[in-house]
Design a protein around this ligand. Structure first.
Ligand code: LCS
Length: 397
């Protein structure tokens, strides 16, 4: 937090509004500008706006006031100069990567990313000759060892989905910058409440706002934040021309979600921590992956870059995939569903669901075993969540 700046909790409730557009007629909640285009007072004015000689709206694929409020909100939450909103987390990731990379470049990737990101990286390799390799980027040496001559960008998730391994953000930023490269961090799992990648040296931060930022399981949206220079380039090229923009209504939903982000993330974290501790003691559970646990293998890194373990817990059930499927089918309160970071507790099986498209040998290298179950701990009473998990674990012995 900068001196004199209000705390993140306060800023999430009162996000910046540089043009006063969120307070029209004194409305406490911002208007949803459901308009595709904007009228010019004169042809000359239209021409001046197209030429960038006069500020003002032109067309909602280029900019929209409601979407703009969300872009300001994410920039403020992440401590960035500017933000951008996209149709989905994948639209954000693909637009950022296409803008920052060119044919022949190499991308160094955390050992484990969301299945959709994995598929996108494969597509970039096959169609555009942008290569990538995965590595455990857990300290500076590991990053240096994995570095290649053509590496232009490091792309990481941390905690990694779904193994919860941490990537050393500051070390990645140092090595990338020493080589004139960039670091992009997908901060979906941790959120700016628990981790601030830009302050640790990252150049661009990305969110699937479908998850914690939206928070209620009712919207798909992606966000990016970074310097005004990078964000303007992405807006004027990848976002405008590929057209993966979000709707003003969806932007409004995420703006509303972000107001309660800090409170929700704290409660998600508290409950997930408790669930992780109880799972560790359960005889049906072989291993628990949760960064907030006192015996988490990367405890020092956790303390260095995170302010809480977050709401995601993964565990390995004894008996492999078959027991895992039985466990999932017996859940009564927790929902069998992919996605994460919302009010409902969601349970999924990465091998057959989110990471089914990742070849088995790579899945294995990523630490995704057949018995791995991922829980997105929701906002229900933790005792009710545990009672459901426990009864499902008991009957799957
Ligand atoms: N980044 C991360 C870390 C994700 O987990 C996801 C989606 C995305 C990006 C893509 O965002 P979207 O386009 O869906 O807004 N993760 C999902 C998951 O784990 N289950 O279902 C979707």
């Amino acid at each position: 937090m900068k001196t004199g700046q209000k705390s993140l909790d306060t800023r999430l409730v009162h996000p910046p509004d540089s043009q006063g557009e969120g307070r029209l007629l004194g409305a406490v909640a911002p208007p949803v500008f459901l308009t595709s285009t904007f009228v010019f007072d004169s042809a000359e004015q239209g021409g001046a706006r197209f030429a960038g000689q006069e500020p003002g709206y032109v067309y909602s694929r280029l900019a929209n006031p409601t979407v703009g409020l969300l872009e300001q909100a994410v920039a403020d939450a992440e401590g960035a100069q500017s933000g951008l909103a996209f149709a989905s987390g994948m639209a954000a990731i693909s637009s950022v990567l296409v803008q920052l990379l060119r044919s022949g470049d190499h991308v160094l990737v955390s050992r484990g990313v969301y299945g959709g990101t994995f598929a996108l990286l494969e597509l970039l390799t096959e169609k555009f000759g942008i290569h990538h390799t995965f590595a455990h980027l857990t300290d500076e040496n590991a990053v240096l060892q994995a570095w290649q001559e053509q590496t232009r960008l490091i792309y990481v998730e941390t905690p990694v989905n779904p193994t919860m391994e941490l990537v050393d953000i500051a070390a990645c930023a140092r090595v990338a910058h020493e080589h004139g490269a960039l670091l992009v961090v997908d901060n979906t799992f941790a959120t700016p409440v628990l981790q601030r990648p830009l302050e640790l040296g990252a150049d661009v931060v990305i969110h699937s706002a479908t998850k914690y930022l939206g928070g209620h399981g009712d919207v798909i949206l992606g966000l990016a934040a970074g310097t005004t220079e990078w964000m303007s380039q992405i807006r004027l090229n990848a976002l405008k021309d590929f057209g993966g923009i979000t709707s003003p209504f969806d932007a409004w939903m995420v703006l509303r979600g972000m107001k309660t982000l800090a409170v929700r993330v704290r409660r998600h974290t508290e409950s997930a921590h408790e669930i992780a501790i109880r799972l560790q003691k359960h005889p049906q559970v072989a291993e628990v992956y949760y960064p907030g646990l006192p015996d988490f293998p990367q405890r020092a890194l956790y303390r260095q870059q995170m302010h809480g373990g977050g709401g995601m817990v993964s565990f390995v059930i004894r008996g492999g995939a078959e027991t895992g499927v039985q466990f999932m089918d017996r859940l009564e309160l927790c929902e069998r569903a992919v996605s994460l970071g919302e009010v409902h507790t969601l349970v999924e099986h990465p091998t057959s669901m989110t990471h089914a498209g990742v070849p088995p040998e790579i899945r294995e290298e990523m630490g995704i075993s057949a018995g791995l179950i991922r829980i997105s701990v929701g906002l229900e009473d933790v005792e009710d969540i545990w009672a459901d998990l426990e009864q499902a674990l008991k009957s799957s012995t």
